[in-house]
Design a protein around this ligand. Structure first.
Ligand SMILES: NC(=O)C1=CN([C@@H]2O[C@H](COP(=O)(O)OP(=O)(O)OC[C@H]3O[C@@H](n4cnc5c(N)ncnc54)[C@H](OP(=O)(O)O)[C@@H]3O)[C@@H](O)[C@H]2O)C=CC1
Ligand SMILES: CC(=O)[C@H](N)C(=O)O
Length: 262
C-alpha cells in the first residue's frame, strides 16, 4: 500500500495522458484512468499494474456527456485518496472558422473547457480543505497564437491558461498547486483524430520528452510550463507586459483618444 496520492488522469487511453499515467505509475502512484475507450484503458491498466505494482482503476467516460462528467466529478469529490488531477483529455479541430459546425464547436468547447473546468471545480474544495493537492491543466501554445489558424481550438486553450492562472491565485494560498502545461506540436494521435496526416508535419516533439519536461516543471511547482519554449524569459516578458497594461487600466474615464471631438 502506497502513501502517495492517487492520480486521476483524463484522456489516459493514448498520447500525453497515457504517458502521464505511465510516469506516475513508475513513481509509485496508484491511478484512476479516464477516457472513452474501455478496452485501451484496461490494457494500459494491466500493463502498469504488472510493470509498477500499483493499483489502477479504469473509469470509462465520454467527457462531452453531462452524465459521464458527473460520474467523474463524483469520483473526484468522494475518493479522498485522489490527490492529483491531470486534466488532459482534449481534441483538436481541422478546418478554419467557417468550416466548423455547431455540433463540432459544441463538442470541442465542452471537452476542452467545460469538462476540464467542472472536474477541477469538483476536486478543488476537497483539496482546499486538506490544504494539499495538485491540478494540472493541459493547454497549448496555440492558445497564445491566433496566427496558427485554429481559432476555436486556440480559444479553448487560451481559456485553459487563464483558468489556471486564476485558480493559482485563488488556490495556492490554500496549499493547492496548479500547473498549466502548454505543449506545442507533439507526436500523438490527436492529429489523426482531427484528420491531419501526422507525416506531413515536421519537428514534432516525442510524447515522452514532452511529459518528462512537464514533470520537471511539476516537481519545481511552476505555474506555467512550456516545454518547447527555449528562452524562459520570453514568458516572463509577456506576463510582465500584461501586468504593465493592467496598471494603466483606469476605469473611471475613457482614454483621451476616445473622447468625442467637438
Ligand atoms: N499532441 C499535440 O500536439 C498537443 C496536444 N495538446 C493537448 O494535449 C491533450 C492530450 O492530447 P494528445 O495526447 O495529444 O492526443 P490524443 O488524441 O492521443 O489523446 C486524447 C485523449 O483524450 C481522450 N478523449 C478524446 N475525446 C474524449 C471524450 N469525448 N471523452 C473522454 N476522453 C476523450 C482520448 O481517449 P478516447 O478516445 O479513448 O476517449 C485520449 O485518451 C489535449 O488536451 C490536447 O489539446 C496540446 C498541445 C499540443
Ligand atoms: C492539434 C494541435 O494543434 C496541437 N494539439 C496543438 O495544440 O499544438
Amino acid at each position: 500500500m502506497t502513501t502517495l496520492p492517487t492520480v486521476l488522469v483524463t484522456g489516459a487511453s493514448s498520447g500525453i495522458g497515457a504517458t502521464y499515467a505511465e510516469r506516475f505509475a513508475r513513481r509509485g502512484h496508484d491511478l484512476v484512468l479516464v477516457a472513452r475507450d474501455k478496452t485501451r484503458l484496461e490494457t494500459l491498466a494491466a500493463r502498469l499494474r504488472e510493470a509498477s505494482g500499483v493499483t489502477v482503476d479504469v473509469l470509462p467516460a465520454d467527457l462531452t456527456q453531462p452524465a459521464d462528467i458527473g460520474a467523474v466529478e463524483t469520483r473526484l469529490r468522494d475518493d479522498a485518496r485522489i490527490g492529483v488531477l491531470i486534466n488532459n483529455a482534449g481534441m483538436a479541430q481541422s478546418g478554419g472558422f467557417v468550416q466548423q459546425t455547431g455540433e463540432s464547436i459544441e463538442r470541442l468547447i465542452t471537452l476542452n473547457t467545460t469538462a476540464l473546468t467542472r472536474l477541477a471545480a469538483a476536486v478543488a474544495p476537497r483539496f482546499v480543505q486538506s490544504g494539499t493537492g495538485a491540478i494540472v491543466n493541459i493547454g497549448s501554445v496555440v492558445g497564445l497564437a491566433p496566427e496558427f489558424g485554429m481559432t476555436v481550438y486556440g480559444a479553448t486553450k487560451a481559456f485553459v491558461l487563464f483558468l489556471s492562472q486564476g485558480m493559482h491565485l485563488e488556490l495556492s494560498p490554500k496549499g493547492v498547486y496548479v500547473q498549466a502545461v502548454l505543449p506545442a506540436g507533439t507526436r500523438t494521435e490527436i492529429w489523426d483524430r482531427a484528420g491531419i496526416d501526422v507525416n506531413t508535419l515536421s519537428d514534432l516533439m516525442d510524447v515522452e520528452e514532452l511529459v518528462d519536461a512537464a514533470l520537471v516543471g511539476f516537481d519545481r511547482r511552476e505555474l506555467v510550463t512550456i516545454p518547447p519554449l527555449h528562452v524562459a524569459a520570453r514568458w516572463d516578458t509577456l506576463d510582465g507586459a500584461r501586468q504593465g497594461l493592467l496598471s494603466d487600466i483606469r476605469q473611471a474615464h475613457a482614454a483621451e483618444r476616445y473622447l468625442a471631438q467637438d
